[in-house]
Design a protein. Sequence first.
Length: 192
Amino acid sequence: MSTDPVTLMVARRVTCGRYRAFSDWLDEGRRLAADFDGFLGSGVLAPPPGDDEYQIIFRFSDESTLVVWEHSASRHAWLARGRGLFDAPHEHRASGLGNWFHDAVGNGPPRWKQATAIWLAFFPVSLTFQWLFGEVLETLPLVPRILASTLMLTPLMVFFFIPLITRLLAPWLQGRPSISGGQGRLLHLRRA
């Protein structure tokens, strides 16, 4: 098994407008996952207007810690409590940054497109960060200043901005029209 951090990306479509119960159920699952060794974080991306498919991200320190959580009794009980709240789940496990850009059969865009997408996410986030916190951090020596900025920016990039940019740029990254009425989907999701 890999010793790299592993991300489990799950897409779940809300059933019949049960958004409040679904949201509460998601929050419960994220709290449960947080109690497991190796848990690094989680996030939820709301669907674009007119869609009801949520993207849920769980990140663990390595494959083995994710497997322990996946096969735990508490996770199975949580999934059972969610029956009837969602349809059509999709799951995909990824390790490494390149997997953000691969589709269900492992095809991905050229590296230059991946680099462009990451830059398009990273530049505005870095610029905003420097605008908000630059003066505060400039008093720190170089290593602590870079440490503080990377500790704050890395989770934002991994859990929010890279998934967002891959979703927004999906047609361009994959070189084909987008699905679901012009709204791109995260490229790394595949049917479980």
